[in-house]
Design a protein around this ligand. Structure first.
Ligand code: CAA
Length: 240
């Protein structure tokens, strides 16, 4: 029986690449999304990945959606917390709403989804959790106090949950992607983005597929002794 992977934010950008890479690697995959129904339906048909809409910042919604997924597809073996948003602003211009939204989705969503699946993973003595963080959690980034805080929180969360899960066959790891060729990064002002890419030793953006390959490794049996780690995939940014 194929293992079942749930990828949040799974129909666009890095999440879509993760879904496709996990399918190619032989997993059953379901994707969460929130927002564009037409785009999600199109992705679902093209890639044969069932899609489910809910807001990961809402714990009740996570619980209900996971119950439906389990009843239709079986227990969730692999959780990839990829859903994330940005609301960039310098702190002196940041609103409480911009702060709250990013913390609630990027960090709160990680708690909500892990809380939803963890009891069953403990009972079944198996689980793989990969949380998508960011290079900017490690390096900081002007204009992203909210995002850097949330994504750094994800790394601490990952380490703590790894300690809790290790004796139950559950590994919990993070990936810290560098700037990746997605709509989120394309939204950065072109002159700012150019200076960021100029500062990447590899002098280019990551492809979503390069991030997805890290996920495929971390959820594999080969990675069963790796837990609590953060894998940087960033073309050398933050080495300097
Ligand atoms: N370091 C220090 N100061 C900086 C700075 C930097 N990197 N960038 C800008 N500043 C300063 C400017 O010099 C300016 O200073 P003064 O007011 O004294 O002149 C001040 O900050 C305001 O700069 P902006 O004109 O850019 O301000 P803005 O309000 O128009 O824009 C911003 C602010 C939206 C945050 C914009 O700077 C921005 O988009 N920055 C990039 C943020 C970024 O990298 N986001 C990543 C999104 S993708 C992602 O998050 C995925 C991932 O994981 C990597």
């Amino acid at each position: 029986m194929k293992r079942l992977a749930l990828v949040t934010g799974g129909v666009t950008g890095i999440g879509a690449a993760i879904c496709q890479a996990l399918k190619v690697a032989g997993y059953s995959v379901v994707a969460n999304y929130y927002g564009n129904d037409a785009q999600a339906t199109d992705f679902s048909h093209t890639h044969d990945v069932p899609v489910y809409a809910w807001d990961v910042s809402d714990l009740d919604a996570c619980t209900k959606a996971a119950a439906e997924i389990v009843s239709r597809h079986g227990p969730i073996d692999i959780l990839v917390n990829n859903a994330g948003i940005t609301r960039d602003a310098m702190l002196h211009k940041m609103t409480a709403e911009q702060w709250r939204m990013v913390i609630d989705v990027d960090l709160g969503g990680c708690f909500n989804m892990c809380r939803t699946v963890i009891e069953t993973m403990r009972e079944r003595q198996f689980g793989r959790i990969v949380n998508i963080s960011s290079v900017n959690a490690l390096s900081g980034q002007a204009g992203q106090t909210n995002y850097a805080a949330a994504k750094a929180g994800v790394i601490g969360f990952t380490k703590a949950l790894a300690l809790e899960g290790a004796s139950r066959g559950i590994t919990v790891n993070a990936i810290a992607p560098g700037y990746t060729d997605t709509a989120m990064v394309a939204a950065v002002r072109p002159d700012i983005l150019k200076s960021i890419i100029d500062g990447v030793p590899a002098k280019r953006l990551a492809t979503p597929e390069e991030i997805a390959r890290g996920v495929v490794f971390l959820v594999s049996d080969d990675a069963g002794f790796i837990t609590g780690e953060t894998l940087s995939i960033n073309g050398g940014k933050y080495l300097q």
